[in-house]
Design a protein around this ligand. Structure first.
Ligand code: SAH
Length: 523
């Protein structure tokens, strides 16, 4: 039985600008056929094992003809596959969705169109330019700028666009900007009509160049401003001066590496994104249950006598997650903890415990082992029993001090950190291109593994890391980073993910524009 093809709009670049339906379709597809302008980060959403085909075109160089693309879609569907044809922006706006749909129809293959957020509207919006506005513009036209001048002139009714109340958006028009500006002026648009070019809109690389019909061609030439860009012509461009918002976000245009384990990267990635930055996940550790039978037996033995402990101290979110996973598997009821006072090293660990219905009674001022010790010191009595579920590489201070206070401490390993190198080559490439603004370390092992992994691939470690800011969650991680030959540039006062992201934003600030000095006036 034939499969089905979904012609899906990926949105203009920011991977969150795909539709809910588009993402659903992408996640369930057996094959993904994608373009240059579809965000590469969306591909990570594809099902593991889904086939991926790049059919992107580069300016002046077609890697696959439209007929070949149609043929590929037909073949995959005939193999019974569910196929996502992922296109930048909206598939029906200069996206050749019509032609692909016709080809599918001719072969009796069912298809659906999942609309997307078109760059024609979204890219100006991300530059602070609404395409319509009650005072300035009552309509907008989206036109191609791609054709040869003579053909453009037969396709575009320039006279119709001469009215000052009309916004015109050109896609694929950078190389024709001179002709476009001339035609608009010779058909009556005033030479001081503002024009904006926005390149790689909605992505970390977004750049905006603003001028007037009279000046823009020269500016584009001078700046060597490259496609892909959206061109906006009309009075609405003036609004950018006040409404520019994306380029003013605290981490706009900054690419930040996240080195913590994949399962935990999400929170920091979300923070960075919310601040306008682009998170790049490069997990250098993976977490797993211990497989050493002795360690497992010790853990299970502790779980079997949970009701004997006076204290249970959690020193990480991972510790909590792995502890409860094991408890569930062993069939240990949570009420076995009824006697114990529960303490957590910091707010994230407390949150993790709250999810299991446990209220944390002790939380330190300083979010590390020493702080936890200070918080509970006045309350522990000699002879009390303390359970310490932790990682295999945990530091020894806490148990040693507790023993000095006369406690019977049971340490159990609930998880292990193992190094992970997936995607390392791409990170070295990014470093080589100078495309990384900062790297974040949320534990000593992330700093150590990162340095090891990169050093193994290049002998220019120090040189490549020189322009990169290093952000460490706390002083101990910072110390390890320094020992591994990296300056710890940023260490927040509080050892939390939030504070780390905030400190990064304060230190880095938005990437300055190459063309568009802040406060510059456009008229
Ligand atoms: N279907 C797409 C348009 C495809 S034509 C859509 O609806 O957005 C390709 C042109 O779209 C490019 O030449 C450029 O003009 C524009 N474009 C697409 N994504 C863009 C982006 N992120 N930034 C700037 N221009 C973009």
């Amino acid at each position: 039985m034939a499969g089905k093809v979904y012609l899906v709009g990926a949105g203009p670049g920011d991977p969150k600008l795909i539709t809910v339906k588009g993402l659903e379709v992408l996640r369930k597809s057996d094959a993904v056929v994608y373009d240059r302008l579809a965000s590469p980060r969306l591909l990570e959403e594809a099902r593991p094992g889904a086939e991926q085909y790049y059919v992107g075109k580069l300016p002046e160089r077609h890697s696959m003809t439209q007929e070949e693309i149609n043929g590929l879609l037909v073949r995959l569907a005939k193999e019974g596959k569910t196929v996502t044809r992922l296109k930048g922006g909206d598939p029906c706006v200069f996206g050749r969705a019509g032609e692909e749909a016709e080809a599918l129809l001719a072969h009796g293959i069912p298809f659906e169109i999942v609309p997307g957020v078109t760059s024609a509207v979204a890219v100006p919006a991300y530059a602070g330019i609404p395409v319509t506005h009650r005072e300035y513009s009552s309509s907008f036209t989206v036109a191609t700028g791609h054709e040869k001048p003579e053909k453009l002139d037969t396709m575009i009714d320039w006279r119709h666009l001469s009215d000052a109340g009309k916004t015109i958006v050109f896609l694929m028009g950078v190389s024709r900007i001179g002709h476009i500006a001339e035609q608009l002026m010779s058909h009556g648009r005033p030479p001081d009509t503002p024009v904006a070019l926005v390149r790689w809109g909605t992505r970390a690389e977004q750049e905006t160049l603003v001028g007037t019909l009279a000046t823009i061609a020269e500016q584009v030439r001078e700046a060597d401003f490259q496609p892909p860009a959206v061109i906006v012509v009309g009075e609405v461009v003036r609004l950018r001066e006040r409404l520019s918002w994306y380029e003013r976000l605290p981490l706009f245009g900054r690419r930040v590496l996240i080195t913590r384990a994949r399962a935990q990267a999400g929170e920091l990635a979300d923070r960075i994104e919310a601040l306008g930055g682009e998170p790049v996940e490069f997990p250098v550790i993976a977490l797993k249950e211990p497989d050493d039978p002795e360690k497992c037996a010790a853990l299970d033995a502790a779980l079997d006598r949970l009701d004997r402990f006076d204290w249970i101290l959690f020193t990480s979110v991972n510790g909590v997650e792995f502890f409860f996973r094991r408890m569930r598997r062993r069939g240990v009821d949570i009420r076995a903890m009824h006697r114990a006072t529960i303490a957590a090293v910091g707010p994230a660990t407390r949150e993790a415990l709250m999810k299991y219905g446990l209220v944390v009674e002790e939380l330190p001022q300083l979010y590390q082992a020493e702080g936890l010790l200070e918080a509970i010191r006045p309350k522990v009595r000699p002879g009390q029993t303390v359970l310490l579920p932790r990682a295999d590489i945990a530091r020894k201070t806490l148990p040693e001090e507790l023993r000095r206070l006369g406690c019977a401490v049971t340490e159990v390993d609930v998880y292990e950190n193992v190094p992970c190198e997936d995607g390392a080559d791409r990170i070295v490439e990014l470093l080589n291109e100078g495309a990384v603004d900062a790297v974040t370390f949320t534990s000593s092992s992330t700093a150590r593994n990162f340095a090891d992994i990169i050093r193994r691939r290049t002998d220019r470690f120090a040189e490549l890391m020189a322009p990169v800011r290093i952000a460490c969650i706390g002083p101990l991680t910072a110390k390890t980073a320094e020992e591994c030959g990296m300056r710890a540039d940023i260490v927040p006062e509080q050892a939390t993910i939030d504070a780390l992201a905030q400190a990064l934003a304060e230190r880095l600030g938005p990437r300055p524009s190459k063309y568009d000095a802040p406060g510059r006036r456009y008229h």
